[in-house]
Design a protein around this ligand. Structure first.
Ligand SMILES: C[S@@+](CC[C@H](N)C(=O)[O-])C[C@H]1O[C@@H](n2cnc3c(N)ncnc32)[C@H](O)[C@@H]1O
Length: 373
C-alpha cells in the first residue's frame, strides 16, 4: 500500500506536469499562483531552478554593472511578475555576497497568494521584502519609484501578445533607475518564449531607450537581433548547473532533462561594460565527419564556422572544446568578410594559421590565459 508521503509526492508530480503543459501550450490558468497546491508544486520544482538562474545572473550583474551601481548605502530592487520571489532572491543572494549593505526587494505580482508566501518565507537578514499586488503592465502603483535593479523573469511568456504595452512599462521603469541601474529580463529557452523576449528587446532598443545592452550580445548591439532574421532561429543559454536530488528525481519521473540552466536573457545597464567585440557560439558545437561546426553571433550577423580536421593545430585546438555561450576573439579583418556567404548566413572555414582564443564563459567570466588557448 502506498504511504502518505508517496501519495503527496505523486500529487506534486501531477501538478508540476499540468503546470509544465500549461506553460508550454500557453493554456495556463492565470490563478495558478493563488491555489496553494499549484503554488507549492511551482515552488517545489521551478522555484529551485529560478533561484539558481537568479544567482547565476546576479553574479553576471556583479561582473558587468557599473561600479556606480554599488556606491550606495543600500540597494533597491524591483521584481515584476515575481511569483513567490525565488528568482529575485537568487539575484539578491549573489549581490549580497559582494555588497555589504542591506537590499530592499519589492515584489510585484497579480497573485496575492504568491506575494504573501514570499513575504513569510525565510530570507537573508539583510534582505527586506515588500510587495504590491498589481496586474501588469497597466497597474503601476509602484511607480514613480527609484530602483537600482529591475528584474522580470518568466512573466512575458504568460503575456506574449502584449509586448508593446510591456515595452512601455519597462521604458518608464528604466527612466527612473538610480545611477548605474540595471534591467534584467529573462524568459524560458524555448523558441517561442525566446523570440518573444528578443523581439521585446528590439522594440526597446528601437525607442529612445536610456539603457545599453550589456549581455549576452557581443559588441553592445544596437541594431536588430540577428536571431530574428530567420523564423527558425532563437538564442538561449545552456549553463551547467547542479540541482538537488529531489528535483532531479522529479524531473526524471516527468521525463524532463534537468542538467543545465536553460534560459533566454537580456541584461541592460545605464552604463557598465558590454561584451567586447567577439564571436559568441549560439548553437551547440557539432562534431561531424571531417569537421567541427557551430553558429556564431558577432552581435550583427550569424556565421556558420567550420574547423576542418585537417586545419586542427595547436593554434586552433580550442575550437573543438567550445560550449554554447562562450566567446572567442573575432579575427581582425579577413576571415569574416572573405567567407562566401551560403544560404542565409556567412559560412566559412577557420584557417589553420588563425589562433582560436577563448575569451569568456557564457556568464562573462573571462578564461584565464592558459585556459583560453
Ligand atoms: C512563471 S511565474 C515566474 C515567477 C518568478 N518570476 C520566477 O521566475 O520564478 C510567472 C509569474 O508572473 C505572474 N504574472 C503573469 N502575468 C502577470 C501580469 N500580467 N501581471 C502581474 N503578474 C503576472 C504570475 O502570477 C506568476 O507569479
Amino acid at each position: 500500500m502506498k504511504n502518505r508521503k508517496s501519495i503527496v509526492r505523486n500529487q506534486v508530480a501531477t501538478d508540476v506536469s499540468n503546470l509544465s503543459r500549461g506553460f508550454t501550450e500557453r493554456t495556463i490558468d492565470p490563478s495558478y499562483m493563488d491555489r496553494p497546491d499549484t503554488r507549492e508544486a511551482y515552488g517545489a520544482y521551478y522555484g529551485e531552478v529560478s533561484h539558481a538562474k537568479g544567482e547565476s545572473l546576479g553574479r553576471e550583474i556583479l561582473r558587468r554593472a557599473s561600479p556606480r551601481l554599488f556606491r550606495k548605502d543600500r540597494l533597491r530592487m524591483l521584481d515584476l511578475g515575481a511569483g513567490t520571489g525565488e528568482f529575485s532572491q537568487g539575484v539578491a543572494t549573489a549581490l549580497l555576497s559582494e555588497f555589504s549593505g542591506p537590499l530592499d526587494l519589492h515584489l510585484v505580482d497579480r497573485s496575492a497568494g504568491a506575494l504573501s508566501h514570499a513575504i513569510n518565507a525565510a530570507k537573508d537578514p539583510r534582505l527586506f521584502i515588500s510587495v504590491t499586488r498589481a496586474t501588469l503592465p497597466e497597474e503601476r502603483p509602484f511607480l514613480p519609484g527609484s530602483f537600482d535593479i529591475v528584474t522580470m523573469a518568466n512573466c512575458l511568456a504568460e503575456n506574449d501578445h502584449r509586448d508593446e504595452s510591456f515595452a512601455g512599462l519597462l521604458e518608464e521603469v528604466s527612466n527612473t533607475l538610480r545611477p548605474g541601474g540595471i534591467l534584467l529580463l529573462v524568459e524560458p529557452a524555448d523558441k517561442r518564449s525566446s523570440r518573444t523576449l528578443l523581439s521585446l528587446g528590439d522594440l526597446l532598443l528601437s525607442r529612445h531607450f536610456p539603457l545599453t545592452l550589456l549581455a549576452p550580445c557581443p559588441g553592445g548591439r544596437t541594431a536588430s537581433c540577428p536571431a530574428l532574421a530567420h523564423p527558425d532561429d532563437w538564442c538561449h543559454e545552456d549553463r551547467p548547473a547542479d540541482f538537488s536530488e529531489t528535483l532531479l528525481k522529479m524531473a526524471d519521473s516527468l521525463g524532463h532533462i534537468k542538467d543545465a540552466l536553460k534560459m533566454t536573457y537580456l541584461l541592460f545597464g545605464q552604463d557598465g561594460a558590454p561584451f567586447p567585440s567577439a564571436l559568441r557560439l549560439v548553437s551547440p558545437l557539432h562534431k561531424e565527419k571531417g569537421f567541427f561546426s557551430g553558429d556564431f553571433c558577432d552581435g550583427n550577423h550569424w556565421w556558420r564556422i567550420r574547423l576542418l580536421n585537417r586545419n586542427r593545430s595547436d593554434l586552433t585546438r580550442s575550437f573543438t572544446r567550445l560550449h554554447r555561450g562562450e566567446t572567442i576573439e573575432a579575427p581582425l579583418g579577413g576571415l569574416l568578410r572573405s567567407g562566401s556567404p551560403r544560404d542565409r548566413r556567412g559560412a566559412m572555414d577557420w584557417s589553420k594559421e588563425l589562433p582560436v582564443i577563448r575569451l569568456a564563459h557564457p556568464d562573462g567570466q573571462p578564461f584565464d590565459r592558459e585556459e583560453g588557448l
